[in-house]
Design a protein around this ligand. Structure first.
Ligand SMILES: [Zn+2]
Ligand SMILES: [Zn+2]
Length: 354
């Protein structure tokens, strides 16, 4: 395979783990026959972006360009591209490649590629160039058409950007555990993930209870569709819900006690973690044993399910609650994100990079 020709595009990158992000120019491949070149209009800001920029997961190569909640318009297509044409509204999430042949990939679960070849939108390997992949804090990106998603026409593109990570991360486990009408579902934490989990659980027809440590979030949780809000520090309020939940989605990334939530599950109920606390969480055996409860995790979603989620959002008019920022406000946005001071996702207006 010969190396494709490259072009230059503007981006925002971190030069080291401790340096703020700043303007730069990066090289991307020109589209190969199966590639789509996308003019990026908006990019959501995920907490993973910050971990990655600061090398908190210890695999970052610099310069690092974060961003995996990418939406834009098709700028050009390779000669063999069948699904997209110039001008189409498209999205790219956390993955830009995988092996395509292993059992997981064949089943559309590319995020779990058995060969470990799920290619991250940033921090992965650009297999045409042999360089690290560079994310969506950029004017444009080139992605193989199989990893490009179609954005519903009726959704506000900026508010739809975070569906590509926060959306699918919460949608996928609720589909897997068959959340639906007649069920009681809990969402732990009202942040970027939690507020999307709340919207999906409601759209699936469940009775939704939002758990938060902060009384200041009660009104907002109700506005977003929660049937009930429980202050998780209040033991009396928690005890009132013992043994009553079919499913609980835990979207908290900070250290917290999951055993108090296990006790709220019914027989055969499940608690799924989608947050990633830095240290292991202690799990008591008895709450699991007593009612055959289960604890599991979930990671984003494969390409077919991500498209299904986007189409579901189009049909039910679901988007994220966002705060739009300019590209050069990203460093301040990271500081605010660390304090959970965002309702509920920052989205970068990429026109501000020009
Ligand atoms: Zn993310
Ligand atoms: Zn695979």
């Amino acid at each position: 395979m010969s190396k494709p020709v490259c072009y230059s595009t503007k981006a925002f990158s971190a030069a080291t783990a401790s340096s703020p992000l700043g303007a730069t120019t990066i090289e991307r491949r020109e589209p190969t026959p199966t590639d789509v070149k996308i003019e990026i209009l908006y990019c959501g800001v995920c907490h993973s972006d910050l971990h990655f920029a600061r090398n908190e997961w210890h695999f970052t190569q610099y310069p690092a360009v974060p961003g995996h909640e990418i939406v834009g318009r098709v700028a050009s297509v390779g000669s063999g591209v069948k699904k997209f044409k110039v001008g189409d509204k498209v999205g790219v999430g956390c993955l830009v490649d995988s092996c395509r042949t292993c059992p997981s990939c064949q089943q559309g679960l590319e995020q779990f590629c058995d060969l470990g070849m799920a290619g991250g939108t940033y921090g992965g390997t650009e297999k045409h160039l042999g360089t690290p992949t560079l994310g969506g804090y950029s004017q444009s990106i080139v992605v193989t058409e199989d990893f490009v998603l179609r954005m519903p026409d009726n959704l506000d593109l900026a508010a739809a950007a975070p569906l590509l990570c926060a959306g699918i991360t919460t949608y996928s486990p609720m589909r897997h555990w068959k959340v639906g009408p007649g069920q009681k579902v809990g969402i732990v934490g009202l942040g970027g993930l939690g507020h999307m989990g709340l919207k999906f659980a409601k759209a699936f027809g469940a009775h939704v209870v939002l758990f938060t440590t902060s009384a200041s979030k009660v009104a907002d949780a109700k506005r977003l569709g929660a049937d009930e809000v429980v202050i998780s520090k209040d033991e009396k309020q928690m005890a009132a819900h013992a043994g009553s939940f079919d499913f609980i989605l835990d979207a908290v990334s900070a250290a917290h006690d999951i055993n108090v939530y296990m006790n709220l599950l019914k027989r055969d109920g499940n608690l799924t973690l989608v947050g990633a606390p830095e240290h292991p969480l202690p799990v008591a055996a008895f709450p699991l044993l007593m009612h055959r409860r289960s604890l599991s995790g979930s990671l984003i979603g494969g390409l077919p399910e991500t498209q299904e989620m986007l189409d579901f959002c189009g049909k039910h008019n679901i988007t994220c609650d966002i705060e739009m920022i300019k590209m050069d406000e990203i460093n301040a946005a990271y500081e605010r994100m660390l304090k959970s001071d965002v309702k509920y996702r920052f989205v970068i207006d990429m026109a501000s990079l020009k």
